[in-house]
Design a protein around this ligand. Sequence first.
Ligand SMILES: *Cc1c(COP(=O)(O)O)cnc(C)c1O
Length: 395
Amino acid sequence: MKPPKVILDFLDKYNDLKEQNQYFYLQEIDKIEDPFVWVKGKKKLMLASYSYLGLLQHPRINQAAKEAIDQFGTGTHGVRILAGTETIHNDLEGYIARFKHREQAIVYSSGYVTNLATISTLFHRGDAVICDKFDHASIVDGCLLSGAEFIRFNHNSLSDLERCLQKSQEYRNRCIIIDSVYSMDGDIAPLPEIIQLAKQYNTLLMVDEAHSLGVLGEKGTGIEEYFHIEGQIDILMGTLSKVIPAIGGYITGDTDLINFLKHTARGFVFSAALPPPTVAAAKMAFQIILDEPWRIQKLNDNVHYFLNNLHKVGFNTLQSQTAIVPLIIGEEQKTMEVTRFMQERDVFVLPVVTPAVPPNTSRLRMNVTASMDYEHLDMVIEQLIEANKVFHILN
Ligand SMILES: *Cc1c(COP(=O)(O)O)cnc(C)c1O
């Protein structure tokens, strides 16, 4: 049987990249020595990690996971609503709710599933979901699955958001859905103004905190702390797989919302409970964010140091103010060549090209973490200056 055309089209692109030695995906890591990883026996500085606070392999987190295995084993009896709920699941949800100053929380088996299941359970045909054009794929997929009218506004544009709100007044329920920090650009959503608009137009607000948990706010509790706002977001989402070194996702909000989701969200009702070691690791990680505030301080110092020094050379990092630092190169081919140059010099960095980002904004995406020291960041900048001599990134 001949493979479907989608597979053949993919193979063309895939084989091209391999032939040009520009395939950087699915690289196998043998060993982690944060901020380094070992790939094929070579030690590389890891700039593609979401472990922004360096909590992966934290001894207290590893210990908590091991104890949970000893107490409950490696899996559960099934889905949460039937036989899968254990004390540690409820403990984790309670901890998240308190951490985010909400009444209750629900955890799902991934961040992707959290958005998909929550959005498609809450909104349906006759409703409208109003999203930033740069929202994460899991939000987009949730919106499409919901059957609600899918309306998108220009990235971080309040005037375009207001235009969308004005023209969608006839829909039954409306929800603005945004990321707190955008995963390709590292910029922050203008939350206070968006809250204002949500109130003015009587619209729900959902915020995805995948890249702000542990990153924004002095205590690292997220975007509300950063803007000194509390309790104005109706549906607050986050993942357990970035700063939190586990897997899973959560929604936190008022009791009625969470109770509803626990009984109706298909990604919760028809998918097994998170494994005990994961749950215990996640809870301990939230605790460590609060116990070790120096990590947030160090992350912020690193981000400022890196951005300032990149700007001194003249590199374009868009509006990034966070741990995600895009380095704009423009052309896709050049971006791939610079990536290879950096990878060969033991900097583990990945390219982002269209369609993930708009045309002519191909970039390297470099994630700063609290495990790095200034000397590591200096090394990256030195190599980028060398790359610029060969590939002319500036101009
Ligand atoms: C990573 C990410 C997700 C998905 O989270 P996973 O836990 O990796 O499934 C959702 N939203 C945003 C903005 C993300 O960056």
